[in-house]
Design a protein around this ligand. Structure first.
Ligand code: TXA
Ligand code: MG
Length: 341
């Protein structure tokens, strides 16, 4: 299959919408990461997503909408007052809410679960594609399963060339990490995957926000996570990654020593302000701070692969605000191999 990489114009959106309606896949930009979209109401189309990604069939997809009135037909009970308050505050935006599903949503989307994850993205091209398709779009991140999520159209091309007919190029994504996933089926919001909408922001609206225990640790043997996506090996670079965490001076000293003692081809993932301290050792930029790191992390992991790095050492940021999402992704990429200094 020939994969077209196209700039977004009204004519291209029309063609992309028609592809979705006919059961094909289209990759598109969102404010978080690129998505791999299919008609959410067509089980056969949705199955193609799992094939193209090599995604395990037990990992459910997020359904994307382009207007609030598209929500009601997809869920079986109206949003709770708390869910409504979150929607008012942060939709459209990088937040996914989990509700009891309606009969309209195929089991192929929810991987057999009786709940469905819904997101109303802020990116104009994502919304225009849903409008053009005239139906909700099921979309995981547009990477091959196990690879870091794509934050540019070029990343999507690396993973999906020859597997899908069309990629819409909307430039680099704003946030750079996937949306915050919040289970709204219980008494209080439970964050299953941290993202750009932080626990602090959720607490400000709901008075409470629980972060699922599985967010900052590896899964135990045989554990069934509330969010099936937490199970699979994710975001992982090809080389082995170690995080060094603590006081900046001590972190730099330790990473320099580890790098100098490493066998094979090592590389350092560092905050911009620290890069000079590594001298002529090989480094990749993580940006200036936690928000910059959200933006830079997945690209840095892909570049480390491109450079053939087989030993990676990364700096860390404090796990609060958007730093929680950054450290969740970095922690999982490192299989939670973390050195405290
Ligand atoms: O920012 C994003 O959310 C991006 C863009 C494209 O919107 N999408 C994305 O999708 O990251 P994906 O498939 O890579 O991650 C979806 C996550 C997975 O961890 C999945 O297990 C979880 O959401 N999920 C989906 N439906 C669920 C459900 N009913 N219950 C619990 N977790 C669910
Ligand atoms: Mg993903």
């Amino acid at each position: 299959m020939q994969t077209q990489l196209l700039n977004i114009t009204p004519g291209v959106l029309e063609r992309a919408g028609a592809l979705i309606r006919s059961g094909e896949l289209v990759a598109f930009p969102t404010e978080t990461v690129y998505g791999l979209g299919a008609d959410a109401l067509n089980a056969d189309a949705v199955k193609r997503i799992f094939e193209a990604k090599g995604r395990p069939g037990d990992n459910p997809l997020i359904v994307h909408i382009s207007a609030i009135d598209q929500l009601a037909p997809l869920i079986s009970a109206g949003p709770s007052p708390m869910a409504q308050a979150l929607m008012d505050a942060y939709w459209p935006g990088p937040m996914t809410l989990i509700f009891p599903k309606s009969g309209l949503v195929p089991m192929a989307v929810t991987a057999g679960l009786d709940t469905v994850a819904i997101r109303y993205p802020a990116h104009p091209a994502a919304r225009a594609l849903i409008d053009a398709a005239q139906r909700p779009i099921a979309a995981p991140s547009a990477n091959r399963s196990g690879r870091p999520s794509p934050t540019t159209a070029a990343h999507v091309m690396e993973d999906m060339d020859g597997r899908i007919p069309m990629i819409l190029d909307g430039g680099p994504c704003d946030v750079g990490l996937e949306s915050t996933v919040i289970d709204m089926t219980g008494a209080e919001p439970r964050i299953l995957r941290p993202g750009g909408i932080t626990p602090e922001m959720i607490e400000a609206v709901c008075g409470a926000a629980r972060v699922d225990e599985a967010v900052m640790r590896p899964l135990k043997e045989g554990e069934r996570p509330r969010s099936p996506g937490m199970k699979s090996r994710h975001y992982a670079p090809k080389g082995s990654l170690t995080i060094v965490q603590g006081d900046a001076r001590a972190v730099i000293d330790r990473i320099r020593a580890l790098y100098d003692a490493a066998e094979g081809s090592p590389i350092i993932l560092a905050l911009d302000g620290h890069i000079p301290a590594y001298g002529n050792r090989r480094t990749l930029s993580l940006g200036p701070d936690a928000a910059g790191m959200a933006h830079a992390l997945f690209d840095a992991l892909r570049r480390a692969d491109d450079l053939g790095a087989d030993v990676l050492f990364s700096e860390a940021v404090p796990a609060d605000g958007v730093g929680l999402a950054v450290m969740n992704r970095l922690g999982r990429a490192a299989a939670f191999h973390i050195i405290e200094v």
